[in-house]
Design a protein. Structure first.
Lengths: 354, 243
């Protein structure tokens, strides 16, 4: 508040001083028309009204202007004289200009703040919507494997004697598989809690790309032992600021997606390219590609492939990738190439817009 | 036959049961504790050969247990922790834990970690230094007496610092070594906390040792924690290698 006061006062005083100085200069150069001088002051008034808050500065300044014109630049000089012809007109004119300008600018400023607030509210609503979507997707994705686990284990316990050895094994392996899937979801969700704490940004530290990549590959291979990957990256070691755990999760999700959803056993390609200000990671598979009609929704958490992938959809995984990369101020995109699907994400070397 | 005694300090009953079953099947003798207090008193009275410690105990911080045990014993301690907490892991390791295993873990992983830790502690007790025998894993052979590293019979040239790092990791093969541990053992106790110099050296080593830096065969990164060199195969020809 105090800072504003100082700013307003200094703007007002500066403008008045400058216009007075200019007027004197003009006056001494031989132009004795007070109309021209008044123009300087009007200009100063407008500038003051534009750059200060509220009406008070503009109105005070207009009083000063009228007085100054009257005292300095009209006969008799250096004396107040309110008996001059047309004087009230000048005075009223200046006052009106000051008030009108002040009103307009104040209105503009008020409008701007309302707009800002509305935008903020919209952003918050958007955030809330994303969270709600994520929750909905999560609870759906959690309920399905849980149903299967509860059902399988219950029928194992109830029907133990009647089941053949292979049936028992089948039930157990179903439980195991679904539990692993649950773990996958939970790990993904855990990573998101690292982001949403305060500002929606992540804590970055410089990380060696190949170390993060190698751990991601090792982790993915734990779950999908037959995974084949060929990695192409620049010879020189690369370091970029990131939250390594999160980027690892993105890589794991994308690699696992490529492995599970491509319906192909061709080796997956991971291509890392180094640019001046950014590094791009491309995961390319040689499978069935992505359903074109679903491409716009692929990162929203509502993606469901209609071609036979049941609940093991790419749903949460991809929306979490999107959340993570956005929190890094990077970009992620999905698309098809000639023989399959391709995901690319970009991380910037500078700290971005933080 | 003498059985190794494993002490499990874990408050989650189901996990305790599951580890208990697996380890019993593999000829270990099991002790269980539900709380830190009980665990400590069992360590004092039973002197187990190895401790599996869950960090999230109800009554005390797991790191207190590590500190307490380390004041009088070098029993190997394997920390069991949840994934998203690297800092906790590093703190536990730097306090003196031997290794960690991340929840959820598979049976083979658990058994491999236990074997590795037991072997390292045995080596200490019997004075059977790894310095005498070379480290060997796949095509990689590291001869400590000649200070020579070769891959598939071909000599690999390392700078003195690089050699020191590889040798240190090889002597502790199978166990994760934190950045701080490596830094202080290579550059001395007053080394800078910044692990950049270590990472640069590791990147160079990787280029000399691994054919594909993104899919290493010998030295693995544990992001945020440290590095782990693959278990020495030379001294345990019959065992299944870790992971």
């Amino acid at each position: 508040m105090k800072k504003n006061l100082i700013k307003n006062l200094s703007v007002t005083l500066l403008c008045l001083a400058v216009s007075t100085a200019l007027s004197f200069l003009f006056f001494h150069l031989g132009n004795k028309h007070s109309v021209n001088i008044a123009l300087f002051y009007i200009l100063a008034l407008i500038i003051i009204a534009l750059n200060t808050d509220g009406y008070i500065y503009g109105i005070t300044a207009s009083f000063f202007c009228v007085a100054a014109v009257n005292t300095f630049f009209t006969y008799p000089f250096f004396k107040m004289d309110f008996t001059l012809d047309g004087y009230p007109v000048t005075f009223l004119g200046m006052l009106t200009i000051a008030i009108i300008t002040c009103t307009i600018t104040t209105m503009l400023k008020q409008q701007k703040t309302t707009l800002d607030e509305r935008e903020k509210k919209l952003a918050e609503a958007e955030k809330e919507r994303i969270r709600a979507n994520l929750l909905r997707a999560v609870s759906h994705d959690l309920r399905t494997p849980l149903t299967s686990i509860i059902g399988s284990s219950a029928s194992y316990m109830e029907d133990y004697e009647n089941l053949t050895e292979s049936e028992r094994l089948e039930l157990l392996s179903n439980i195991n598989e679904d539990a692993n899937w649950l773990l996958n979801i939970v790990e993904n969700l855990l990573t998101v809690t690292r982001i949403h704490n305060n500002s929606g940004k992540v804590k970055k530290s410089p990380e060696v790309v190949e170390e993060v990549v190698s751990e991601a590959i090792a982790r993915t291979r734990k779950r999908c032992p037959e995974l084949m990957i060929s990695v192409k990256m620049p010879e020189a070691p690369l370091t970029i600021p990131m939250d390594a755990t999160l980027i690892e999760q993105v890589l794991i999700n994308l690699l696992e997606n490529a492995f599970v959803h491509s319906h192909s056993r061709e080796p997956i390609e991971l291509i890392i390219e180094n640019y001046e200000d950014k590094v791009s990671f491309t995961i390319r598979d040689y499978g069935i590609g992505i359903d074109k009609s679903q491409l716009p929704f692929i990162f929203t958490g509502t993606y469901h492939d209609n071609r036979g992938d049941s609940y093991r959809g790419r749903g949460i995984g991809l929306s979490i990738c999107h959340t993570i990369i956005t929190a890094h101020s990077g970009t992620i995109s999905a698309g098809n190439h000639e023989n399959g699907a391709e995901f690319t994400f970009i991380l910037f070397k500078e700290k971005g817009d933080e | 036959m003498y059985k190794f005694t494993v002490l499990i300090i874990e408050d989650e009953k189901n996990i305790q049961t599951f580890m208990n079953k697996i380890l019993k099947k593999h000829e270990y003798k099991i002790l269980c504790a539900d709380s830190g207090k009980e665990g400590l008193s069992l360590v004092r009275s039973q002197c187990p050969d190895i401790i599996l410690l869950d960090l999230g105990l109800p009554d005390m911080d797991g790191s207190t247990i590590i500190e307490t045990v380390r004041t009088w014993s070098s029993i190997p301690i394997i920390v069991i922790s949840a994934r998203s907490t690297e800092r906790e892991k590093v703190a536990a390791l730097d306090l003196g834990a031997d290794d960690y295993i991340t929840k959820p873990f598979g049976t083979s992983e658990l058994l491999a970690r236990i074997r590795t830790s037991l072997r390292h502690s045995n080596r200490l007790l019997t004075n059977d230094s790894l310095y005498i025998r070379p480290y060997q894993c796949g095509g990689l052979i590291l001869d400590f007496s000649k200070r020579l590293l070769s891959i598939d019979g071909k000599e690999v040239h390392l700078t003195p610092i690089e050699y020191k790092i590889v040798a240190f990791l090889a002597q502790n093969s199978g166990k994760v070594m934190t950045y701080a541990t490596i830094l202080s053992s290579i550059w001395g106790p007053f080394a800078d906390d910044d692990n950049k110099i270590l990472r640069v050296n590791m990147a160079n080593i990787r280029r000399k040792l691994e054919s594909d830096a993104a899919q290493p065969k010998y030295i693995f990164t544990e992001v945020g924690v440290g590095y782990r060199m693959k278990e020495d195969e030379y001294e345990a020809p019959g065992n299944i290698p870790a992971e």
